[in-house]
Design a protein around this ligand. Structure first.
Ligand code: MN
Length: 254
């Protein structure tokens, strides 16, 4: 099995190194990752400037772009072989609930899913050291072995979040759904030394909705959360509501 590894914390991050080591026991690992931190860049693709790739070590490549750029370039011809699996992480920080939409970590896995390759995103739920990457790396390797291509529906990916604990203190794992997190609403407005205002988007963690079976609840309870996500964003029940909507415009006729 050929495994493509990426992240959004940058190729120098300790999290991606731990992931590479664990996955080396499962398959042949290629790392194609951003040369610097790209957290919260979501699924952006660089189309208006040249991208450069530097081989920093055998099978390790740094790209001056986004996580999505990395997966896109790697799969569409840069790697000598098509990967069987994409694994992104291990991110320093949670990617649960609303985070998923902003996350570069999840976006790398999403790009894998869009290109028809099974994918896993892995994140540690903490922003402060010490980071317990080891349990996350081991769990990722286990999932990578378990999730073989024929069993993994096309267009889906697994979003994994772990409590930042040593392996023996994690209670277990739960298969979950996307939850709902709350952030502070305030934008920090300050004045620069030249008298101009500048703005800083905050992110005070105000907790989460206690949605049963959700990612946030699982991690809060001390479990690893594994949420299957889909690249198809269609809101099915809204599509049903729209069946009754009549706009003053030509309707499709058979
Ligand atoms: Mn990150």
């Amino acid at each position: 099995m050929v495994i493509l590894v990426s992240n959004d914390d940058g190729i120098q991050s300790e999290g991606i190194r731990c992931l590479e080591e664990a996955l080396a026991g499962v398959g042949e690992v290629y790392t194609v990752a951003p040369d610097k931190e790209q957290s919260a860049v979501s699924h952006s693709l660089t189309l208006h400037r040249p991208l450069r790739i530097e081989e920093v070590a055998p099978h390790r490549f740094a790209v001056n772009g986004t996580p999505t750029d990395c997966i896109n370039i790697a799969v569409k011809g840069f790697l000598p072989v098509r990967p069987d699996l994409v694994v992104s992480g291990i991110n320093k920080g949670p990617n649960m609930g609303d985070d998923i939409t902003y996350s570069g970590t999840v976006a790398a896995a999403l790009e894998g899913a869009l290109l028809g390759i099974p994918a896993i995103a892995v994140s540690l739920v903490t922003f402060t050291a010490p980071y317990h990457f080891q349990a996350a790396a081991e769990f990722s390797a286990m999932l990578a072995t378990e999730i073989q291509t024929p069993r993994f529906p096309a267009g889906s990916l697994l979003n994994v979040n772990l409590p930042n604990l040593p392996r023996d203190q994690i209670k277990g794992y739960r298969f979950t759904r996307q939850g709902k997190r709350h952030y502070g609403e305030n934008i920090d407005v300050r004045t620069d030394p030249r008298g101009r205002k500048y703005y800083w988007i905050g992110g005070d963690d105000l907790g989460f909705d206690p949605i049963e079976g959700s990612d946030c609840v699982a991690v809060h309870d001390g479990y690893i959360s594994v949420t299957p996500l889909r690249a198809d964003l269609t809101h099915q029940s809204t599509l049903e509501v729209l069946q009754d909507v009549r706009l003053p415009w030509r309707q499709e006729t058979d």
